[in-house]
Ligand binder design. Structure first.
Ligand SMILES: [Fe+2]
Ligand SMILES: [Fe+2]
Length: 162
């Protein structure tokens, strides 16, 4: 997958991930590392295939691989919304790696809404991204479940998973 290779060779992308990694070493709640981003990409693409949603694979993967790149900023300052930060950091990366203006707009919009509950998201790519993000978390097997503000609404709490 070309977009995966391009991002993994992009120094800015790797830098943002490294900043988040530093904040999340020893974190008991979910992390926002490359493994999570790739999980979300794969699940989002499965949802598109199952539902015959006509989105291109590079667009779905780009949205997923970029959706949490600004997470470090929220670790620095809790008042920062990492969805907005991720969208802001993603824009030049998308342009640099050949996404069209229309694709970039679609991806940025999806990143902006990815923290909302999937049912409330009207944007097609955003809804897929938000759902895949939730499905990627293995809450049923998580020792931090009791203290997690998100666990109760997560679809994977009862063992439902992809
Ligand atoms: Fe996120
Ligand atoms: Fe995420």
């Amino acid at each position: 997958m070309e977009v995966v290779q391009k991002l993994l060779q992009d120094p800015d992308y790797l830098y943002y991930l490294s900043l988040t990694k530093n904040y999340e070493s020893g974190r008991r709640y979910c992390c926002h590392n490359f493994s999570h981003l790739l999980d979300v990409a794969r699940i989002a693409w499965i949802l598109c295939l199952e539902r015959q949603i006509k989105l291109s694979r590079p667009v779905v993967y780009a949205a997923a691989l970029l959706h949490d790149i600004g997470r470090f900023a929220q670790h620095e300052d809790e008042s920062i919304d990492h969805a907005a930060e991720s969208a802001s950091l993603a824009e030049p990366l998308l342009t640099r790696h050949g996404f069209s203006a229309a694709e970039t707009k679609l991806i940025l919009q999806a990143i902006l809404v990815h923290r909302q509950t999937p049912e409330t998201v009207t944007d097609l790519l955003g809804a897929v991204l938000a759902e895949a993000d939730d499905l990627s978390r293995l809450c049923y097997n998580c020792s931090a479940q009791a203290g997690c503000y998100k666990a109760k609404r997560m679809p994977t709490l009862n063992g439902i998973q992809y």
